[in-house]
Design a binder for this molecule. Structure first.
Ligand code: ZN
Length: 197
């Protein structure tokens, strides 16, 4: 078993996982009716398990099919001084763009770029998915989170091929493992230090 990662306040490294959408907000819906809220929660739950196995402290913004506003999601991380905030979403294109697939990683604040680059690299590599790049954009959750924060688009539900993958538990676990590998690489390069933020 791994020794716990600790940060400057001498507690375990602490990651908040945000499963996008939920409840009355299904998010994107694929041609075979796969709902984004189901995929994001499944991947978030696998990631939670993997990080806890690594002795990392984890909080989920939701662990069930609930609609949660955006600010309370960020509050989970800000009020508890999390080290990282990782929001999981699935992408969608307008009708007629069913060929578009791949991974996009968004960040907003300067302290988040390194996290975005590292996680994106691992997810693209381990999934063998098209690299649609790391992008800077003023999204609500990544703008308001104080700590390094990213919003990861784990594939396109508008692509029938990627929808099939995203609804497959083995592929969901593969995504979670890739994110976990990215988190480990990030912590190895950036020992956690609350005082930085
Ligand atoms: Zn979404």
């Amino acid at each position: 078993e791994r020794a716990p990662l600790v940060n400057a306040s001498n507690r375990k490294a602490f990651v908040v996982i945000d499963a996008g959408h939920g409840g009355n907000d299904p998010g994107a819906i694929g041609p075979s009716k796969t709902q984004e809220k189901e995929v994001t929660l499944a991947v978030a739950r696998y990631l939670e398990r993997y990080l806890m196995n690594d002795q990392i402290q984890v909080a989920m913004t939701r662990s069930e099919d609930l609609e949660i506003l955006l600010q309370p999601r960020v509050d989970v991380a800000n009020l508890r001084n999390a080290d990282l905030f990782i929001s999981i979403h699935a992408n969608s294109m307008p009708p007629g763009n069913t060929h578009v697939r791949g991974i996009e990683t968004y960040y907003t604040t300067p302290q988040s770029k390194g996290l975005a680059d590292t996680i994106h690299k691992y997810v693209v590599k381990e999934l063998g998915a098209p690299d649609r790049r790391v992008r800077s954009r003023g999204l609500f959750v990544t703008r308001r989170a104080k700590m390094p924060s990213i919003l990861l688009e784990i594939g396109f539900l508008s692509s029938p091929a990627e929808e099939a993958l995203l609804s497959n538990p083995a592929y969901q676990r593969k995504i979670a493992k890739a994110i976990r590998d990215g988190v480990q690489a990030y912590f190895a390069e950036n020992p956690t230090d609350q005082n930085k933020y």
